[in-house]
Design a protein around this ligand. Sequence first.
Ligand SMILES: CN(C)C[C@H]1CC[C@H](N2C(=O)N(C)Cc3cnc4ccc(-c5cc(Cl)c(O)c(Cl)c5)nc4c32)CC1
Length: 337
Amino acid sequence: MVDDWFEIKKRYLVKETIGSGGFGKVKRALHIATTETVAIKVMDKAKLGADLPRVKTEIKALRTLQHPHICRLYEEIETENKIFLVLEHCSGGELFDYIVEKDRLNEDEARQFFREICAAVAYMHSKGFAHRDLKPENILIDEDHRIKLIDFGLCANPDAGIESALATCCGSPAYAAPELVSGRKYIGPEADVWSLGVLLYALLNGFLPFDDDNMPTLYKKIKSGKYDEPEWLSSESKFLLATLLQVDPKKRITMRRLLSHRWLIKDHLAPVDPTSKYDDKTLDEELLTNIAIGLGWQRAEMRQELVQWKFDALTATYLLVGYLQLRRSQGKTGKII
Ligand SMILES: CN(C)C[C@H]1CC[C@H](N2C(=O)N(C)Cc3cnc4ccc(-c5cc(Cl)c(O)c(Cl)c5)nc4c32)CC1
C-alpha cells in the first residue's frame, strides 16, 4: 500500500480539517522549515472522476495568477492516488460568514472589500481567465482583513482569448448572469461583472437581489433584472448597482470602466489597479541568496531552479521564507505553533 502522504509529511505537520466540498478536504498544516501556516487541499483522483479536468483548470489558474488578493499556491504534489495543493492559509474565514455575522456592511467597508475583489477579477481577466463562480463563499478574509479569491475550478481560459464566447453554463444560479441562465453564448468577463453586481448587492444588503427556491422562478427574476432597493442604499450605490446588474451585457459596465467608477474611487486616492506587484516573477535576490546559503547551493543553481516556477518544495520554501521575512519586517511573527 503506497503512502500518498509520505512526501507531504516530510515537510508539513498536518493538522485538522478546516473545510470540505465535492472536491475533497482542506486541512490546516505547518510548513516545518518556516513554521508558516498553510492550507492543504487534498483530492482523491479516483473520487474526482469526471471532475479531474476542473482540478487541472484550477491548478493552471493558480500557477499563473499571482496577486495579493488571490489565494497563493505554494506547492503542488501529485501521488499515485492523490493531488495535494499547498495554499496560502486565510484565518479570517469566508466573506459569506462575515456578512451573515454583521447582517450587512456599511458602504465604507463594502467599498474596501469590493475594490480588492475588483482588483483580483480585473487582474484575472488581464491574464486571460474568467472566474465564473464569484460569490461570498469563494472569497476568504486573511489575518490582515484582506480579500483572497479562491476556488478556480470553474474558471475559463479560452485559447481564443478571454473575450471569446463561452457556452458551458456553470457557477451558482443566484450569481449567474441573464445571458448565462438563458443558455445563450456569453462572454466570461461580462458574466463576471454581473456576478460582481450580485456580490456588491449582498455586501450592502445582507441578502440576494434575485432569490427563489424554485429554479425557473429564479431564472425569470434574473432575466427581468428587477430587484428591491432597500431604503438604506445611497443613491450612489443604487447607480453603481444599476450599471452592474444590466440585463443586456452590451449595456453593462465593462471591468475597465468599473475600476475608475466614482463609487469605487470615493475616499480613495486612485482608481483600482488591475496589475499585480507579485506578477513580474523577478526573483528577490536577497531572499534567493539566503535560501541558497541555507541549503548550501550555488546562487546560480538556485536561480536556475526557481525561475522555472515548478511549484515544488523549492518554490514553496522560497515563497514561504519570503512571506516570513515580510511578516518579520511588519513585526508580525513570534506566533505560537
Ligand atoms: C465551500 N468551498 C467549496 C470549499 C471551502 C473549503 C474550506 C475553505 N476554507 C474555509 O472554509 N475556512 C473557514 C478556513 C480556510 C482557511 N484557509 C483557506 C485557504 C485556502 C482555501 C481554498 C479552498 C479551496 Cl476549495 C480552493 O479551491 C482554494 Cl484555491 C483555496 N480554503 C481555506 C479555508 C474555503 C472553501
